[in-house]
Design a protein around this ligand. Structure first.
Ligand SMILES: [Zn+2]
Ligand SMILES: [Zn+2]
Length: 264
């Protein structure tokens, strides 16, 4: 489908270019106009989160190549929703919605399953939430996510072009929702009708479990509305970010974070 108007290599370049340029723009803007002004040592904080992200690329890059091959191969035997013979654009929209629904379910499972929370809590242990937090995931969370989503994508008949298009749309949204930028409240309220916003995701990074077990959406906020997990608060002055007892500097070191899920 998508290769009719844009090629797979073009989509990849567009995705990498968008991810880096939007991320850098948000990082600069958060420095100039932050929502939480108490954040210090931003370069060191970015170095830690980007080191964790670089490790994940060792999984994501080969996984992307393998997934492109396996999704192409599986389509020769099973077309998934292709059986409905929908126009390609409608089929692409439906597949992108299904992928985003899976991302919501997967994120929620990470909060509601003790084993998965061990890995996902590394994302939540960042007490200085900013755009670089959106790349801070334990490598086991990435690995399990890749292993689970492959058969699901095969089942719905997604191609690598759908996955790249989804990533292209979703990545700027997750960069936006993690960023520590200050925007007019009315803008956040309007944006949250469609996408999860910074004010929503800050609550998702609250130290309180009653608050961080909410707002699981990645690209669209509709799933949180549909499944009753939407939480909004327009004043976050009293909000404490991160996890209890996890902000000590020795716990916020690369190897400590990588080993933390395996501790009793
Ligand atoms: Zn979470
Ligand atoms: Zn987050």
């Amino acid at each position: 489908m998508a290769e009719n108007f844009v090629s797979i290599p073009d989509l990849r370049i567009l995705l990498y270019g968008t991810t880096i340029s939007v991320g850098v723009l948000f990082w600069i803007y958060e420095s100039l106009n932050p929502y939480f002004s108490r954040q210090q040592h931003r370069a060191l904080h970015a170095k830690l989160n980007l080191s964790i992200a670089a490790l994940n690329l060792l999984i994501l890059l080969p996984s992307g190549i393998l997934m492109a091959f396996l999704l192409g191969w599986s389509k020769t035997a099973w077309t998934g929703i292709g059986i409905l013979a929908l126009p390609p654009v409608v089929e692409a929209i439906l597949i992108i919605l299904l992928i985003d629904l899976w991302m919501y379910i997967w994120h929620r499972l990470n909060h509601e399953t003790a084993l998965l929370w061990r890995f996902h809590s590394i994302h939540h242990s960042d007490s200085a939430l900013d755009v670089t937090t959106c790349w801070r995931f334990h490598y086991m969370e990435i690995l399990i996510s890749e292993l689970l989503r492959l058969p699901l994508f095969m089942l719905i008949g997604a191609g690598i072009e759908h996955l790249l298009l989804y990533s292209l749309l979703m990545t700027p949204v997750i960069e936006f929702q993690h960023s520590n930028i200050s925007i007019p409240p009315i803008l956040d309220r309007l944006a949250r009708l469609i996408i999860p916003t910074p004010m929503m995701h800050r609550l998702h990074h609250s130290m309180l479990r009653t608050e961080h077990d909410s707002n699981y959406g990645s690209m669209l906020s509709i799933w949180d509305r549909l499944f009753g997990s939407l939480l909004v608060r327009d004043n976050l002055d009293s909000l404490r970010l991160g996890l209890n007892d996890e902000s000590d500097s020795e716990k916020q070191q690369l190897f400590a974070l990588l080993l933390r899920p395996f501790r009793p």
